[in-house]
Each structure stands twice: as C-alpha cells, then as structure tokens.
Design a protein around this ligand. Structure first.
Ligand SMILES: Nc1ncnc2c1ncn2[C@@H]1O[C@H](COP(=O)(O)OP(=O)(O)OP(=O)(O)O)[C@@H](O)[C@H]1O
Ligand SMILES: NC(=O)c1ccc[n+]([C@@H]2O[C@H](COP(=O)(O)O)[C@@H](O)[C@H]2O)c1
Length: 172
C-alpha cells in the first residue's frame, strides 16, 4: 500500500489540481491532500477557509477510486522545521507531490521522495486566474470541478472575494 501527500493552497481547487490528483492516483492507493496556509482566509490571495477548501476537495474527489484525507496545515515562521510540522499533522506518507520549488527543496533536504507533475493547461489553470475571473465577473466556472462551483455558491464566495478586493483597492 502506497500513500502520497499533495500540498497546495487550493484557493480554489481547480481543474489543474484535479489533473494532478488523477496523475498521482496512478502511483498511490491513498492520498493526503495538505491544505496549505490553513490559517489564512478572507484575503484576495487566500479567500477561502480551510473548511471551505476541504468541502471543495472532498466533493470533487468523491467519485474517484482513491482513499483521500484532507488535512489542514498552518504556516510556520520557520521553513527549517516545516516538514516536521507537516509530518506531525498528516497520516504517514511514502511520496510527496508538489511543483512548488521551496516545498521541493524542503522535502529533498528531509530525504523524502518528492515528485513533480507536468503543468496542465497552466495558461488558465492557475489559482490567481480563477480568483481574477471571480472578481471581474469572468467565466471562472469552466476552470474548476462542478462541486467547487456549488461550494463557492453555497458560501457566498463571489460576494466575499469581490468585497475583499474592493476594500483592498480603497486602501481599507
Ligand atoms: N495547472 C496545473 N497543473 C499542474 N499542477 C498545478 C497546476 N496548478 C497548480 N499546480 C500545482 O499544484 C500545487 C498547489 O498549487 P496552488 O494551490 O498554489 O495553485 P496555483 O494554481 O499555483 O495557485 P496560485 O495562483 O493561487 O498560487 C502546486 O505545486 C502547483 O504548482
Ligand atoms: N514555513 C512554512 O510555513 C511553509 C514552507 C513551505 C511551504 N509552506 C506552505 O505550503 C503550501 C504550498 O502550497 P503552494 O504550492 O500552493 O504554494 C503553501 O500554503 C505554503 O504557505 C509553508
């Protein structure tokens, strides 16, 4: 039995993340999704709470033949102990997955098997692009799994991100 660990902020969980999970699923029987920056929410870069991101991910993966666990991981001031912090919060895992250079470096230094994936349609499948479309009224729905649309609508996510963006630009 092989268990993987995939860390991301998932603000929101989009189709690029889903493609990465589909690719990881070829290697592992179980997958832990680490909800990074779990303590951050209600900002333009991190609009959604850890709980809201768990809803998006759990509902998006419900039909997949893969055991998944979503685990919130708060940020730390010290990068040097971050991998130990991750291990203290997560079920044990054999392989970590990320395309983030700092994350890759920290796992490598801890002698953990860390793997990257190709970037899927990165011109549009990027969290910042999805959030920008949410703010400007563009088509963000086509970039995310259907359950993410449902979750964002359920929590009033578009009103929230537009309000945060407005108050940022007014210097509030
Ligand atoms: N389109 C994609 N294809 C493959 N991997 C992706 C894609 N988008 C993000 N990832 C990877 O998923 C992990 C989590 O990404 P993250 O939650 O930061 O999303 P992001 O799209 O890079 O968002 P943001 O623009 O908010 O930084 C990172 O390792 C990132 O490189
Ligand atoms: N010192 C730390 O707290 C530390 C170090 C490396 C990565 N992280 C987190 O890991 C996550 C990585 O995800 P992304 O690839 O989506 O950026 C982010 O939430 C990031 O803040 C935290």
């Amino acid at each position: 039995m092989t268990r993987g660990f995939y860390i991301g902020r998932f603000q929101p969980f989009h189709n690029g993340h889903l493609s990465m999970v589909e690719q990881i699923a070829e290697d592992v029987d179980e997958l832990v999704l680490g909800i990074g920056s779990a303590d951050d929410s209600h900002t333009v870069r991190n609009p959604f709470t850890a709980g809201e991101r768990i809803m998006m991910i759990t509902k998006s993966l419900v039909d997949y033949d893969l055991v998944t666990y979503a685990v919130p991981i708060e940020d730390l001031e010290r990068n040097s102990v971050w991998v130990s912090h991750v291990q203290s919060m997560s079920p044990d895992f054999d392989i970590a997955y990320s395309n983030n250079p700092l994350v890759i470096q920290l796992f490598r230094e801890a002698d953990i098997d860390i793997r990257q994936s190709p970037m899927f349609n990165r011109e549009v499948l990027e969290g910042s692009e999805v959030r920008e479309r949410m703010i400007t009224g563009g088509d963000w729905e086509s970039l995310v799994p259907e359950p993410v649309v449902d979750t964002v609508n359920e929590i009033g996510g578009i009103e929230r991100i537009q309000m945060i963006s407005d108050s940022d630009s007014n210097g509030d």
